[in-house]
Design a binder for this molecule. Structure first.
Ligand code: HEM
Length: 180
């Protein structure tokens, strides 16, 4: 089924979820490798090109995901879950969506305030919406870093929740089954 059902995510939501997860972990590796290189190293500019393009793709995919969820609402969480578990899962989910948008925006601002061209896979340049500013460049570089690691912690919490229900509880609460 393409759309989301009452107790299972549809193909579109599942594809967007796992593709975003794959891109996110790839971006962590890419970002850390890039950050470890010297600014003068030509490999750094090459990795940054793929990093910014893939990051912007994550931004677009997240907007598409939110649009799709508005059209095809997600299956409600099982009623067998405790109230606090439902609240925590919802809060983590909302924060993850916000950060999947905010992390690429902070990355974009880091480059734009540095006066660097931002490109999307060599297809087209992304317009610079702000002028060069050395202080704001530094600020957004820090913001990007802090938001990335906050998102990483939320992803770990999100995975821990899914694994906990898969291992501990009986049938009907295996929330992972709804997404695979
Ligand atoms: C969800 C999307 C993204 C993720 C997960 C991500 C992840 C990362 C990570 C892990 C780092 C290294 C941080 C550290 O040193 O601890 C980094 C650095 C950076 N990212 Fe991203 N990023 C994303 C999107 C973007 C986008 C869209 C852009 C630009 C358009 C961007 C530009 C940068 C820049 C300029 C740096 C600093 C590199 C340096 O050390 O000079 N990022 N990112």
């Amino acid at each position: 089924m393409l759309t989301n059902g009452p107790d299972r995510y549809g193909v579109v939501s599942r594809a967007l979820h796992w593709f975003t997860a794959l891109l996110f972990f790839g971006m962590l590796v890419l970002g850390l490798t890039m950050a470890s290189l010297d600014d003068a190293d030509p490999l750094k500019a090459q990795l940054l090109f793929y990093h910014q393009s893939t990051g912007l793709l994550i931004f677009v995919l997240t907007l598409a995901r939110l649009g799709w969820l508005a059209f095809s609402p997600p299956p409600p969480l099982p009623e067998t879950l405790q109230q606090w578990e439902i609240l925590l899962a919802q809060a983590v989910r909302i924060l993850m969506y916000l950060l999947l948008l905010a992390v690429p925006v902070a990355g974009y601002l880091t480059l734009a305030y540095d006066g660097q061209d931002v490109r999307f896979f060599g297809l087209f340049p992304v317009p610079a919406l702000v002028g060069q500013d050395a202080v704001l460049h530094e600020v957004f570089e820090e913001v990007h870093e802090v938001l990335v690691w906050t998102l990483f912690l939320l992803v770990v919490l999100h995975i821990a929740g899914a694994v906990k229900h898969r291992l501990e509880l009986g049938p009907g609460v295996d929330v992972l089954r709804r997404m695979v």
